[in-house]
Write a protein that binds this ligand. Structure first.
Ligand code: ADP
Ligand code: ASP
Ligand code: MG
Length: 411
């Protein structure tokens, strides 16, 4: 039976030539046990950050199309280096760019979405017995312009390729031993989960658990591709993301996530009449700016305030849109603040369990943390807090919900 496996190695797993050699060793072991391996790689170490900073040394506002060509260079370096390391071990391998691997994307530079994967070349090389090493994070538009998928997007490249070639699973190798109950860099007592549903992982990833790119989880869920998150540095089992994790005796809360790339804007004294919010968010949609939590309160004297959060990285662009819009809406002005963060509690067990919200609010109050905005989904509670207090907030919530997690649910 043909069994293809896709493995993705993140930046810290390929940060040096020695680490690339270790990855080659691991790929060789996998190659011996299946029909074919596709390896998706990220840029080495801090390469992407360094390229971003290089561009900003040239100009304050680098054009997105050129940024994509620049940033894609990071992954374009790793793929041939790993291929050379495999060849040095006597393993047949070939490096492909995102374009060569058939990753077709939308034209939204810096946050392009994969529209299609045409895996003919990849399948062809696998049939020839090659390990195929694909540069992650990058793709190309129909017009052959190079695009990138947004920070952390190599995960999405990997899952999309796994689906396109009908791989049996997609393994994400990273610098932690799986998906933890909170960011293990912040909460040393956070523990790795044995498994988690796509639904919960998607919520966690969307609210800051950057161990997986949210769109990778989305694709995994739509196509039922199992995703295994593991350490590139040891042999621990990792976390399986799939459809049906053990449901018995489930903890109500599965993880705490936090996000610091957040900003808040408030339109002040917006006239309370139809069409105003539509105009505002229509303008954001047109500028490809994602708005997250939106709060509009009851109006007094015919006006209301509208607050919303967005990525801090989009704030500059958003201010241009809002400054343009304020006079047209009749609002008296706007406020913008980047000094905030979000903390979220996620778990399918939150459904229909109002006590979870009360416990979360009590935990935050007990730590002296003021909540600025609240948003909920069926399986998530998110609070906007002062950025300086976000670590305390994660600690307090982890302590209340996850410190006493029983071992059945862990690796
Ligand atoms: P890579 O370069 O391998 O893609 P990332 O830095 O993108 O790695 O993601 C791994 C990091 O995600 C970890 O080092 C960890 O600090 C962070 N992280 C945040 N939340 C979690 C979580 N719930 N579980 C595991 N890691 C998390
Ligand atoms: N190199 C890119 C980044 O740093 C993509 C990735 O690592 O997934 O965001
Ligand atoms: Mg990543």
């Amino acid at each position: 039976m043909t069994e293809y496996v896709v493995q993705k190695y993140g930046g810290s797993s390929v940060a040096t030539p020695e680490l690339i050699a270790r990855v080659a060793e691991r790929v060789q072991a996998t190659r011996e046990s299946c029909t074919g391996v596709v390896v998706v790689v990220s840029a080495m170490g801090d390469t992407t950050d360094n390229l971003v900073s290089l561009a900003h040394q040239i100009t304050d506002d680098p054009p997105s199309r050129e940024m994509d060509m620049l940033l894609s260079a990071g992954e374009t370096i790793t793929a041939p280096l790993l291929t050379m390391a495999l060849a040095a071990r006597g393993i047949k391998a070939i490096a492909l760019s995102g374009l060569q691997a058939g990753i077709r994307t939308s034209a939204s530079h810096r946050k392009a979405r994969i529209t299609d994967v045409v895996p003919l070349r990849v399948l062809d090389e696998l049939a020839r017995g090659n390990v195929v090493v694909v540069a992650g994070f990058q793709g190309a538009t129909e017009g052959m312009d190079i695009t990138t998928l947004g920070r952390g997007g190599s995960d999405t490249s990997a899952v999309a390729i796994a689906v396109a070639i009908g791989a049996s699973s997609c393994e994400i190798y990273t610098d932690v031993s799986g998906v933890h109950t909170a960011d293990p860099r912040l909460i040393p007592e956070a523990r790795p989960l044995a498994d988690i549903s796509y639904e919960e992982m998607l919520e966690l990833a969307a609210v800051g658990a950057r161990v997986l790119h949210p769109r990778a989880v989305e694709i995994g869920e739509v196509y039922g591709m199992p995703i295994l998150v593991r350490s590139a540095f040891d042999q621990s089992a990792g976390t399986l993301i799939h459809r049906s994790p053990a449901m018995e005796n489930r903890q109500r809360v599965r993880g705490i996530a936090h996000e610091t790339d957040v900003a808040k804007m408030t339109l002040v004294h917006v006239p309370d009449r139809p069409g105003i919010v539509a105009a505002l968010f229509g303008a954001f949609g047109a500028a490809n700016i994602n708005v997250d939590i939106i709060v509009q309160n009851v109006s007094h004297d015919g006006t209301t305030d509208v607050s919303f959060t967005l990525a801090e990285t989009d704030l500059c662009e958003a201010e241009k849109v809002v400054a343009e819009l304020v006079p047209r809406t009749g609002a008296s002005g706007y406020e913008a603040s980047a000094n905030i963060a979000t903390v979220s509690v996620v778990g399918t067990g939150i459904r229909g369990a109002p006590g979870v919200f009360a416990s979360a609010f009590q935990a935050l109050a007990g730590a002296g943390i003021n909540i600025q905005l609240i948003s909920t989904s069926e399986i998530r509670l998110t609070c906007v807090v002062d950025r300086a207090q976000v670590e305390d907030a994660v600690r307090a919530l982890h302590h209340v919900f996850l410190a006493a997690l029983d071992d059945d649910h862990l690796v």
